[in-house]
Design a protein around this ligand. Structure first.
Ligand code: SF4
Ligand code: SF4
Length: 573
């Protein structure tokens, strides 16, 4: 394993540790011109009792071991130290705060925080000089106070100290100077946050938004610190296509849950009532890190209305077939009783399926020993490839016939992709057969017959009352729909009908695997893909975001209802 891949796995392990955020205030003693949260800041301070409920909820419902105490600005809450101590008493292993550092400049305040059990302080520093930092944060003496607090915390040695920086047009060329400044006082961990079009940041977009390409040199100079021993660099909301060659810096995609959680009320109203999301417009969304998620959600809703799904996954609950959206070809069902085979798809007209599979069914195999039995059924066979099965097929290529579709599964984690995926391109070159292939971009399946993977609607996405489960959709998105392309893809003849490769594969194996098509394969693949619909950009957004219809509902009795609680922190729904 290369060192960057090891960093990716380390980042994945940290990112997947269950973390709970609790907001102490909707107030702040700074006025950052890129504040994402300004609209929510109405000056409120949460009561200590409410905060304690929220702290306990993180342990009880999420089994979180890390608590992030945030605001607004958490340190201006009069019970800040009590909250830290209470969190420790509830069993949190690690308590962190994210702060502008103004209150922590006071020695006694800092010492009380450490005594209460604070483990980590993340200082928000946005400039290498007082002029730049104080201008961006609109805080008099902000830089001076923050640096005093940071130096004290580092010298004290009992807390982990790190820094987050909002990258914007004003500071992008000074990022290295910011890192150098912090490094001189002993800080080596940085979270670099890309500015996004929300809150005050959108109001100040002329001053803040920047062209990533135009500043790629400055950005890469800083990103490369990730490979300097002793330094830890994280990116946050940074457009992934600009991290080619530094894939270990791609933010863990499961963080999307936090991003979506912050806008949960809006997503809920969109899905339940069809209320347009305030920020859904062609000016903003192209600058937004969440854009692929919002477009995937729109596409799912649109497909449900327009008959765009191929498969309706009902598991073993055939009663749900009655709710199948129009246009569905297949019911996705779990394995038949006592069958050695995996899941299967049966024609949507067959309810329940007979033990003998009707024509038009498709069975799924994941192991070589399943293949003969599956082929004997006389139906289509989806061969879900991993490295072991791919190696077996290279030894036994005649096992495949016209009814086999080689399927490249997406993986929930980069570590799984690293452990399980074959080298796709070299596998198909070595196989050297015109096999049917789905779920891969053309550059990774040379010489094959490219097929579009079935579009699947899973009943696990719905509550008992038929409403969409937002968190379940985030998981579905991260696991199955989070794709990206290389900047090079612009030069590829099939770019318009290609969505790229799944993000976890890119994190594990790099963007370098994506190479624009050339020669005969370019002509062949272009002809094959000519009939495919384009998947990107989202057609509704491109059309200027017309009013949206509420999402369709599918009541799923087996799914536990999770009430939507419209609280300040935004909850599961
Ligand atoms: S992509 Fe989504 S969250 Fe981002 S600005 Fe657009 S609608 Fe808002
Ligand atoms: S557009 Fe990009 S990902 Fe798609 S086939 Fe071409 S090079 Fe590969």
């Amino acid at each position: 394993m290369h060192a960057p891949q090891a960093i990716t796995l380390d980042h994945e392990a940290v990112a997947n540790e269950s973390k709970h955020w609790v907001r102490l205030t909707a107030a702040c003693n700074s006025k950052c011109i890129f504040c994402l949260d300004a609209e929510a800041q109405d000056g409120r301070f949460m009561t200590f009792d409410d905060i304690c409920v929220e702290v306990r909820r993180g342990r009880e419902e999420k089994n979180a071991s890390r608590l992030v105490v945030s605001g607004g600005e958490a340190t201006i809450h009069s019970r800040f130290h009590d909250v830290v101590a209470y969190a420790k008493s509830q069993g949190y292993r690690w308590v962190q705060t994210v702060t502008n550092g103004q209150k922590l400049a006071d020695r006694d305040f800092f010492l009380r925080a450490v005594a209460a059990g604070l483990d980590e302080i993340t200082f928000s520093l946005h400039g290498h000089t007082p002029e730049l930092h104080d201008h961006l944060t609109k805080t008099k003496n902000g830089f001076e106070n923050l640096m005093r607090a940071m130096i004290r915390a580092v010298r004290d040695g009992r807390v982990i100290v790190n820094v987050d920086v909002c990258i914007n047009r004003q500071n992008v060329e000074h990022l290295e100077a910011i890192v150098a400044l912090c490094s001189r006082v002993g800080v080596r961990e940085f979270d670099l946050l890309h500015v996004i079009p929300q809150g005050e940041a959108f109001e100040h977009r002329a001053e803040l938004f920047y062209d990533v390409d135009a500043h790629s040199e400055a950005l890469r100079r800083v990103f490369r610190y990730a490979r300097v021993p002793g330094f830890h660099i994280w990116t946050n909301r940074f457009p992934v296509q600009h991290l080619e060659g530094l894939e270990e810096l791609i933010q863990d995609p499961h963080k999307m849950l936090d991003e979506v959680g912050g806008r949960r009320v809006q997503f809920r109203r969109y899905l339940d009532e069809g209320t347009p999301i305030d920020c859904r417009d062609a000016q903003r969304c192209p600058h937004c890190f969440i854009e692929p998620f919002c477009s995937a959600l729109d596409r799912h809703v649109a497909r449900g209305h327009e008959g765009g799904f191929d498969e309706f996954a009902v598991g073993s609950n055939f009663a749900l077939a009655a709710h199948a959206p129009s246009g569905v070809r297949w019911l996705g069902v779990t394995a038949l009783p006592e069958s050695p085979l995996g899941p299967l798809r049966v024609p949507a007209t067959v309810v329940p399926p007979e033990t003998l599979l009707p024509a038009g069914s498709r069975v799924v195999v994941e192991r070589a020993d399943q293949l003969p039995a599956a082929l004997a059924l006389g139906v289509e066979v989806e061969v879900r490839l991993d490295r072991e099965l791919a190696a077996w097929l290279l030894e036994n290529p005649d096992s495949l016939n016209e009814r086999c579709v080689l399927h490249a599964p997406t993986r929930a984690k980069a570590s799984e992709s690293l452990a399980l995926d074959p080298d796709w391109r070299n596998f198909f070159l070595a196989l050297d057969r015109r096999v049917r292939v789905e779920n891969l971009p053309a550059c990774l399946a040379p010489g094959t017959r490219l097929e579009r993977a079935p579009r699947r609607l899973d009943t696990a996405l719905f509550h008992t009352d038929g409403r969409w489960q937002i968190d379940a959709f985030v998981d579905e998105y991260v696991g199955n729909h989070y794709y990206a392309k290389s900047l090079r893809c612009k030069a590829c003849p099939v770019a318009a009908s290609c969505r790229g490769q799944h993000l976890q594969s890119l994190r594990a194996h790099g963007f370098a695997q994506l190479q624009p098509l050339e020669g005969e394969w370019a002509i062949d693949a272009s002809a094959q893909l000519a009939a495919w619909p384009t998947d990107d950009p989202d057609p509704r957004l491109a059309a200027g975001a017309p009013p949206q219809a509420p999402a369709f509902r599918i009541p799923v009795a087996a799914n536990a209802p999770v009430p939507f609680i419209d609280t300040e922190a935004g909850r599961r729904s």
